[in-house]
Design a protein around this ligand. Structure first.
Ligand code: AQP
Length: 332
């Protein structure tokens, strides 16, 4: 079976360091060894209210971030989810193999709906089924994501298995999550108990890939810590969520294990460490930000690449939907 990767990000705002270290950087590394499809999942974005004039622009900017990070459009199609209608079609077919009990367990729905009752909508509830469809419509075998998506990935596997069992076929692969690197769950710079997220109302909670060096330094300077020096051991660090987050980010940006960072910085206070951290973050992110700006200067070229990518991705998706319809007994 072809080792095929599918993954995507929502165009719900500017991408941040969590998106980069938890997913995007791994996508770039994996494109050498797998057949990859990378999507901007704009249908998923509709589970939160979106300003129509911003949505298309955010979709383009998200694609620009993929290219700037090193996703090669010749190797991997980068396209908008809404440009391949088979995702939504398969979502319907798979929703008939998804018991409500499975969806009731999804923590993302519970968290978001608890924050805002207006979001208690069918779309948000069935978000994980659309995610299963995104992956299975290409019969992807591997899905590189941050840790927050682990539960949704498990549901994708369960849905694929339920479909296979129901029809007595071995049609869908059970997609494997690839949760890689030190920074699989980057936390907010303001609160070590919440994940860094585009939808957090505080811009100080995250480092955006479009932030200039001054903004990066300011945000790191203001990042919440505690009064103690940097821990000697990983066990002690694990008890200090904000400190742990900064050390994790430092390690991920350096591409070294966390214990290496502790070996060099244990005993220092955070004011000094934050200066080194800011220098490192600026050094890693500035070239990426500059490339993103360059890509965004030619919007027509991004649109051309995305259109061409959708035209490359769609035949595979529509072949699979035809095969699935055939298995089910629908008219093809
Ligand atoms: N904090 C994070 N740490 C590590 N990985 C992360 N990802 C997201 N946040 C982190 C990974 O990035 C990919 C895209 O996810 P997304 O578009 O759902 O990102 P988001 O920033 O979480 O977006 P939103 O709009 O703000 O959504 P919510 O409100 O759900 O947080 C995924 O691979 C994800 O794991």
């Amino acid at each position: 079976m072809t080792r095929r990767i599918f993954s995507g990000m929502q165009p719900t705002g500017e991408l941040h360091l969590g998106n980069y270290l938890g997913a995007l950087r791994n996508w770039v590394a994996l494109q050498k060894d797998y057949e990859c499809l990378y999507c901007v999942v704009d249908l998923h974005a509709l589970t939160l209210p979106q300003d129509p004039s911003r949505l298309a622009r955010n979709t383009r900017e998200t694609a620009a971030a993929y290219f700037a990070a090193g996703v090669d459009p010749k190797r991997c199609p980068v396209f908008a989810q809404s440009a391949v209608p088979e995702h939504a079609y398969l979502h319907w077919l798979l929703s008939n193999h998804t018991p409500l009990g499975w969806l009731n367990r999804m923590t993302q729905f519970k968290d978001k709906a608890a924050k805002n009752r207006d979001l208690e909508l069918l779309g948000l509830y069935s978000y994980p089924v659309l995610m299963a469809a995104d992956i299975l419509v290409y019969k992807a075998t591997h899905v590189p994501v941050g840790e927050d998506q682990k539960q949704h990935l498990e549901l994708s596997r369960d849905v694929a298995g339920a479909f296979n069992r129901h029809y007595g076929v071995d049609y869908f692969p059970l997609p494997e999550p690839q949760i890689l690197g030190e920074a699989t769950r980057v936390m907010s710079l303001r609160d070590g108990a919440r994940k860094m997220s585009k939808s957090d109302e505080s811009d100080y909670s995250r480092i955006n890939l479009t932030d200039d060096p001054d903004a990066i330094r300011r945000k790191i300077q203001k990042a919440k810590t505690d009064p103690h020096p940097i821990s000697e051991t990983l066990e002690d660090l694990a008890k200090r969520p904000e400190a742990d987050n900064l050390v994790t980010l430092f390690a991920a940006l350096e591409g070294k294990p966390k214990k290496d960072v502790l070996a060099r910085h244990a005993g220092r206070n955070f004011s000094g460490f934050k200066k080194d951290f800011a220098d490192l973050a600026v050094a890693v992110l500035s070239p990426l930000t500059a490339k993103m700006r360059d890509f965004m200067k030619d919007e027509a070229e991004i649109d051309r690449l995305m259109k061409e990518a959708a035209a490359r991705a769609r035949p595979l998706a529509s072949r699979h939907v035809r095969e699935v319809k055939d298995i089910i007994g629908l008219w093809t």
